[in-house]
Write a protein that binds this ligand. Structure first.
Ligand code: ADP
Ligand code: ASP
Ligand code: MG
Length: 412
């Protein structure tokens, strides 16, 4: 008997029929003698719909109230799944985040989990009951409902697996594992049997939405055995999915590049003609940080005539806010002007094999050059190379790099 946490995403619970299918899948694992905790997302499209309603009332919705209403999507699916399991003659109980007591900080819309009370869930499991928990939500110390950021149900799943010391956390979604890149963009993309935790972390942080980055962080910190699987395959026909491994990389034969990630949610801002003197980066980025805006890539040009240009990227949703802040900072620091571009994207090649193979960057730049794709910004780490390019080249760039690194071919 194992204790397994299963998380089902929005597409997997998109209709009552799909919820009945989830119930059958859960029932199958139960019949094999396992203890089960099931985490659900809202029906696909529902969270977007709820955010849309909020925006019809307030252009910039109050974060506390937004969390109150946007968290309701998950409350619907957990109740429905509990009913579907009861229809199958099984014992099941649903819990909201607050009912479990998934305690978070008070950062509405992007709260972090602080602790999880496992008492009620343990009592249910000991009593042969399937526990169903609403993903994406928690409660702060003051009793306010919080949400964990888009895609946050993955994090609920992994955090519950960590708190319960589950044997495995299974993330069921609409693809049958982690691929070399998003199979929606590159049909030749290949499912990976395993991916190292480090690579998964990079891929998630660089935009591969198959797992929310915080869920991968949790898995790493608490050594949760994490697997990505499809909920749409027929019962009994399931493939092995993708296992996130913690093995020492050196013991494994690694491809140089494991995957291509991309992120459309990017925007670039440039401060032109900044006096080239100490403290300028701090004055610009300090003001951005004070507004709680995360900065990603940063580039400062070589100065000439005593001035320099300073560029950085932010999440596209924070573009106008960042632009407004820079307009204020401009006069203070004596910059000439501010420009911005919110039609850019970031494309990255990820692979732990890069450490031992020089020349990956030039291969990447050559492939993009051959397609006439202009690179606007570059950033590298030990296991990734990212470039910022015009959004219109996103699909071409991803396909080109997937091919350049022969990711469609099974490594020998
Ligand atoms: P869920 O609603 O189940 O959480 P998501 O839409 O959040 O599902 O994540 C699954 C989607 O992630 C897939 O449909 C796929 O388009 C996308 N995706 C992006 N990158 C990858 C990748 N490298 N491997 C697999 N899927 C990916
Ligand atoms: N329903 C939430 C979202 O759409 C959380 C999730 O699906 O993981 O972001
Ligand atoms: Mg998701």
């Amino acid at each position: 008997m194992a204790l397994i946490v299963q998380k089902f995403g929005g597409t997997s619970v998109a209709t009552t029929q799909r919820i009945k299918n989830v119930a059958l899948r859960v029932a199958k694992w139960k019949a094999e003698g396992h203890q089960l905790v099931v985490v659900l997302s809202a029906m696909s499209g529902e969270t977007n719909r709820l955010i849309g309603l909020a925006r019809e009332i307030q252009a910039d919705p109050d974060p506390r109230e937004l969390d109150v209403m946007v968290s309701t999507g998950e409350q619907v699916t957990i109740g429905l799944l509990a009913m579907a399991l009861r229809e199958l003659g099984l014992k099941a109980r649903s819990y909201t985040g607050a009912q479990v007591r998934i305690l978070t900080d008070s950062a509405y819309t992007k709260a972090r989990i602080l602790s999880i009370d496992d008492q009620a869930m343990r009592a249910d499991l000991d009593n042969d009951t399937i526990v169903i928990v609403a993903g994406f939500q928690g409660v702060d110390a003051g009793g306010n409902i919080t949400t964990l950021g888009r895609g946050g149900s993955d994090t609920t799943g992994v955090a519950l697996a960590a708190a319960l010391k589950a044997d495995e956390c299974q993330i069921y979604t609409d693809v049958d594992g982690v691929y070399t890149t998003d199979p929606r963009i590159v049909p030749e993309a290949r499912r990976l049997d395993t991916v190292t935790f480090e690579e998964m972390l990079e891929m998630a942080s660089l935009g591969s939405k198959v797992l929310q980055i915080r869920s991968v962080e949790f898995a790493g910190k608490y050594k949760v055995k994490l697997r990505v699987l499809s909920s749409l395959e027929e019962l009994g026909q399931e493939g092995p999915g993708t296992l996130i491994t913690f093995e020492d990389d050196k013991n494994m034969e690694q491809p140089i590049i494991s995957g291509i990630a991309f992120n459309r949610d990017e925007a670039k801002l440039t401060v032109l003609g900044v006096p080239d003197r100490p403290g300028i980066a701090y004055q610009i980025l300090g003001a951005i940080a004070d507004a709680n805006i995360d900065v990603d890539m940063i580039i400062q040009n070589v100065g000439h005539d005593g001035t320099t240009d300073f560029s950085f990227t932010v999440n596209r949703s924070e573009y106008s806010k960042a632009l407004a802040i820079l307009e204020q900072v401009k006069a203070h620091i004596g910059a000439r002007s501010i420009t911005g571009d919110n039609k850019i994207c970031k494309v990255s090649a990820v692979g732990v094999g890069m450490r031992s193979h020089p020349g990956i960057a030039s291969r990447m730049f050559r492939a993009l050059a051959e397609e006439g794709i202009n690179i606007q910004m570059i950033s590298t780490s030990e296991i990734k190379i990212s470039v910022v390019v015009d959004e219109k080249y996103l699909e071409l760039a991803v396909r080109t790099l997937h091919q350049a690194f022969e990711l469609d071919q099974t490594p020998a």
